[in-house]
Design a protein around this ligand. Structure first.
Ligand SMILES: [Zn+2]
Length: 605
């Protein structure tokens, strides 16, 4: 089952990314570090305590942006080199050496953000008049001002930041270091189990006995750690509530939504509508899975099984180029130029090797081109993953060309819109070019079981649970394992109703998610996908004008809040309509799955 991977040294160069675009040689990298160290020292010398008038403020912002321009590629080189091979001694040493250099530079630079945010509003406004370039950045400083504490308190909080961030570290240590899974047994045969093999394999295992046995063993192990994990999480929640109160926010929700530039109604709507209106469609999908797999009962442990496990089209990296290019061609010449460059100049690391980070990501260091990490397994699914990451790449490639360092990144509410948009474009392309019902069913089930399930079900149910947790915290309460288990189970039962049995262990699902240490993050997945679903439908029906609008949105980077960005693309997310339309679209996809299954299997479902 688990195939043994080659060492990094044995993979083909053309399947690796070219980090030489960041630094040609190790010497050049080391020189760049020396250079940035000197620049930071001179910057601190010049501006610490000296941002006293509008022109020195602008000069300082210029200087800071220039430092980031030097520092970002160094950090990217360090981290990317390690991410493809965590077992590489040289990469490890480089990363730990840079880690201490970066934290020293960070403390030398800390004065900049603290002093600039303490400046009087009049001075910031005067600087704004002098510089259109930094208007957004300065406006953001003014927006944050009412919630700033006395400078001494801010300094104290900053000095304690590693202690305040400790809960997340503790969560990871318990999960990744302490928790050791024993093998589980089915009919006398033993199988290995881990977090990765459960979430990336056993949960989707077509053999029901093995899948359910893995589920039981996985949750039995989680249960042993539930009290430690709950206490760790409570610490995080109490910290967030205390800081929210200190800063003068009405509720912890307001505090956590502030940086997202999202109001409470946009947040609540996402959770309420999906809980109520998507649930009937997803229950229908669960019933379809139950019938196709002839399950005696449909349980929580069966929800991730693929509709057709025996049908998985294979594809090589070379063959994928055709699909990717044809699917994304609608985005225009400039976008395609980026896609072509990503292949020709080796922006993507495709190889599978020992020590490589799992999953996929896109890193877009300001000032250079994006890099994509993926482990190409050869299944058609990889095309969706690659298109997704190219969506992030296309976003920052466009934003970086049009925006300065401070303005390029939008709210997390918007971050997954361009990536999921590209998944939609791939699906649309594949569907319009095939009449094979098995292939069509595979494409639609990929979109339903992967894209929509992940963003609209998994993360949304996390969000619904998380909202209940914060309501309790806002009312002055606290949590423990029993409370969290009850809240989690309640949300799962509400969503799945009588159609799915929430079997024992499901209530511990809250233990699996690091997102809970990142504020109100889980709900943003469905928000991004709501926007991309609507824009991809516009592109299908209107073509070019919708593409033009979307490119402008990408180029706007972080200069506007998410509601305004969406409006630029013709989607008004301050109303219910886009979400209602998206839910109806998911319902339609599930109906198509039922019809295609009836056609393929010649039965009525
Ligand atoms: Zn993404």
């Amino acid at each position: 089952m688990v195939k043994s991977l080659p060492p990094r040294s044995a993979v083909a160069v053309e399947e690796t990314w070219n980090l030489e675009d960041l630094f040609k040689t190790e010497d050049a990298y080391n020189e760049a570090i020396k250079d940035v160290q000197a620049t930071v020292a001179a910057f601190a010398e010049r501006f610490k305590g000296n941002m006293t008038d509008d022109s020195s403020v602008i000069e300082a912002i210029d200087g800071y942006a220039a430092i980031m321009g030097k520092l970002v590629p160094i950090g990217a080189y360090t981290n990317l080199a390690l991410s493809v091979d965590q077992t590489n001694d040289e990469a490890q040493m480089r990363a730990s050496k840079f880690g201490s250099i970066a934290s020293k530079l960070g403390s030398q630079l800390a004065f900049f953000s603290s002093e600039i945010s303490e400046l009087p509003i009049e001075l910031l406004e005067k600087a704004m008049e002098q510089s259109a370039e930094y208007k957004n950045y300065l406006e953001e400083l003014i927006r944050q001002k009412p919630y700033k504490l006395h400078p001494e308190v801010e300094r104290t909080l900053a000095a304690l930041s590693s202690v305040l961030n400790a809960p997340y570290g503790l969560y990871d240590t318990t999960k990744l270091v302490d928790m050791k899974f024993d093998d589980f047994e089915v009919h006398g045969e033993k199988f290995p189990l881990s977090y990765i093999s459960f979430e990336g394999g056993w949960e989707q295992e077509p053999d029901t006995e093995k899948r359910r046995a893995a589920y039981d063993a996985f949750h039995a192990k989680l249960k042993e750690y539930q009290h430690t994990q709950a206490k760790t999480y409570d610490m995080q929640l109490q910290k967030e509530k205390t800081i929210s109160d200190l800063r003068g926010y009405d509720t912890v929700f307001d505090s956590l939504l502030f940086n997202q530039e999202v109001d409470r109604s946009m947040y609540d709507r996402q959770i309420d509508l999906i809980m109520n209106e998507l649930a009937p469609h997803m229950r229908k999908y669960a019933k379809l899975l139950q019938k196709v797999h002839r399950l005696d009962e449909m349980t929580f442990s069966d929800l991730k099984v693929p509709l057709d496990p025996n049908y998985e089209p294979k594809i090589t990296i070379e063959e994928s180029k055709k699909y990717i290019k044809e699917s994304l061609a609608i985005m225009g010449d400039d976008y395609m130029d980026m896609v072509n460059r990503s292949y020709d100049e080796r922006w993507t690391d495709f190889a599978q090797n020992v020590g490589k980070s799992t999953g996929a990501f896109c890193s877009s260091p300001y000032g250079t081109h994006p890099y994509i990490l993926i482990s190409w397994t050869g299944s058609m699914e990889d095309v969706f993953v690659l298109a997704h990451e190219l969506g992030h790449a296309g976003h920052f490639y466009n934003a970086h060309q049009h925006q300065n360092y401070f303005n390029s990144r939008p709210s997390t509410y918007f971050i997954e819109a361009p990536s999921t948009m590209n998944e939609m474009l791939v699906a649309n392309h594949l569907l319009s070019n095939s009449d094979d019902p098995k292939f069509k069913r595979w494409v639609i089930s990929s979109i339903v079981a992967r894209t929509y399930y992940h963003n609209f079900v998994t993360h949304l149910l996390e969000a619904a649970y998380q909202r209940k947790v914060y309501e309790r915290i806002d009312a002055g309460g606290s949590v423990n394992a029993n409370v969290l288990n009850n809240l989690k189970r309640g949300v799962l039962e509400e969503f799945w109703g009588d159609d799915v049995k929430i079997n024992e262990g499901a209530e511990l699902t809250w233990m699996r998610q690091p997102h809970y240490y990142m504020g109100l993050y889980p709900y943003t997945y469905s928000a991004g996908l709501t926007i991309s679903t609507q824009v991809s439908k516009r592109i299908l029906s209107e073509g070019q004008p919708a593409v033009e609008d979307w490119l402008k949105v990408l180029q706007a980077g972080g200069t506007k809040p998410p509601a305004e960005l969406s409006k630029m693309a013709g989607v008004d997310i301050t109303t219910e309509q886009p979400l209602k339309d998206t839910i109806a679209y998911i319902g339609d996809l599930i109906d198509q799955l039922v019809e295609l299954t009836e056609e393929i299997e010649g039965v009525t479902i």
